[in-house]
Structure formats: C-alpha cells, structure tokens
Design a protein around this ligand. Sequence first.
Ligand code: PMP
Length: 361
Amino acid sequence: MSEIFNFCAGPAMLPADVMKQAQAEFIDWQGTGRSVMELSHRCKEYIALANEAEQDLRDLLSVPDNYKVLFIQGGGRGQFSSVPMNLKGLGESAEFLLTGSWSKGAQQEANKFLQAKVVGNTVEKDGLLSAPEITPNDLDTKSAYFHYCSNETVDGIEINQVPDSGEIPLVVDMSSNILSKPIDVSKFGVIYAGAQKNIGPSGLAVVIVREDLLDYAMPETPTFLHYKTIDKFDSMYNTPPTYSWYLAGLVFKWLKEQGGLTAIAKKNNEKAALLYQCIDECDLYTNNVHPDYRSKMNVTFHLKDKELDTQFLTEAEQNGLVALKGHRIVGGMRASIYNAMPIEGVVALTKFMRDFARRNG
Ligand code: PMP
C-alpha cells in the first residue's frame, strides 16, 4: 500500500512509532503474557505504567506541584459538564469567550448548571476572523471562572496569548492544541483536553487542575466526575480506560524523544507555515482567519469555486491524502496537522494543492 497521510481532525493519526510499539506488545506486554488491556488497573505493573505516564506528562508541560493531573473518561464534552459542576461553589455564574463551535458548545452546556455569560465573540479584523482581547476589567469579579478554547478545531482559530483573567480562575479547553507547544500551566485554574488529537485514543480526557479548586463542586456532582474524588483515587475511582492511558503514555514518551515541546513546536510552526504559504500563494484557495489567529493544528481553507470541492477531495484521496473535508458547519477543507503528522505529509499535500490549482485555476 502506498503511503497514506491522514489529516483527520480527530480521532487523529497517532505517531507511527507509537503504533508500531503498541502492535509489537499488543498480546504480550512486557513479558506478562497478557495485553495491557487485560491487566487489572490495581496490579503493580499497571500502576507503575499509569504513574509513569502522568510523570511524563508533568515533565513535558512542567506542571507545578500544586496541580493535579487527572485521567478521566468522557472526552472533551464530558468536561463541558464536569467543569461547571466542579467549580460552581465559586460562584453562580461563569464567563465565556466564544470564538467558534467548541467554545459555544462549552457555554451552552455550562448554562445548565450556572449562568454562563458571554463576555466576547469572534470579531472581524480587516475582513478576517480574530478573537477580542479580554482583560480583567471585562470580567465580573463574582464569576466562578472564565472559560475559553485555545484552539477551535472546526473554525481553525487559535489563541496564542493566554488571556489575563485577574483573580478569576482561568479555564481552558485545550483539546486540539495541548502538547503542541510549551505553555505556562501556572496561569490556569483548569486545563482540559479530549485525548483524540495530540494525546491518544478518543474517550479519554486529561484534566490539569490547581489543587485549591478541588473543594468547590456542587453536592449533586456524580462521584465519578468529582475531581476531588478522582484525585483521591489517583484517577482510578472507577476503572479507567486502561488501554487509552497506556497509549497516551507511549505518546508522551515519543514526545520526549522528539525533544519535548519546544522541539515539537518548531516542527509544528514549520508545517503550518508551509501550508498557509501554499494557500496564500495559490489564487484558488482562501483562508478567512487573521494571520495572528491562524491555527497551527487545524488549517481551514475554501476553494474559491465550490464546484471543485468534490474533485479536490477525490483527487487528494487518490494521492493518499485523506480526511481533508472541512467540518459540516463551515464546509470547505481542513487539514489537521497535529504533532504526529510528519512534515512529509504537509509537503505532499502542498505539492498536490499547487498542482491542483495549476490545473484548475
Ligand atoms: N473541544 C474541542 C476543542 C474539540 O475539538 C472537541 C472534539 N473535536 C471537543 C471539545 C469534544 O470532544 P469529545 O468529542 O471527545 O467529547
């Protein structure tokens, strides 16, 4: 089979080396004669694996000691409900910056539990989409937290500047750009991310929460979603998604081997620059995001002639470039180029796009 480059937004491709390792130890993990999937989460081998994965994640993100790292079921949307349930004790309302479909989804779900107020929306700058800057003055000091999405997977909008929320805990949905670059964890109250882009298989979510925020859950919070309980049981209050946690651990090791987040950020910058350059240089393609907010993970673009969309996708697939169709809400195309996408995939895509533009321009 010729090489396939998978540009799916999620579940996304995982690093080839990780997949090969998982395959090699699929039915016999470290001489146990069993798959990781078949081990008790209470056995010492699995606990060692889980602790090591957590430590590797802490190392990669330089997570300060006063933050807990939780491995939780339920993906990104699970946290849309868990965050308000776990923080409602801080206030009856929370504030949301809306920059695309995912932050809107988070706000709508939170509104079931508290008053989820919108503090800002996507704005147009020179006809291009960008996010408004939020300052502590824009926020109500009585709010439980301020929530934003650092990378809108559907819309291709990434916020690089961490907003200043003053004394109000900052909560971020980092599902689609966690681990793509170094971040300062100490600026956040809660960081959460569904795993299926830069971490591992879908269904798992990683939550990094400042320990002083563990005491504010609504009394009705289901026990298995209660951060404090999850932490008390080292993310094993109920049986965790053991295989996903194992794969996430392999991805963290792989990231360390790549040189950590500074090194991976450099590669991500190069990949995104190549692709946006191609879009900007070919008349056939347009991107509607302001350069300061262009996502380095999800590169969205439209063909100027929509009639060519199907032909573009069919020919791309014939060339081994798959899953480029944009999200149904926005249409057009989207190339998701997470950590695992090698530069060769982006080079192959730009080569195809330039050739397609030449033939159809
Ligand atoms: N937030 C963001 C930014 C996402 O991209 C996604 C999924 N694409 C979600 C939340 C929802 O994740 P899940 O499907 O795992 O619930």
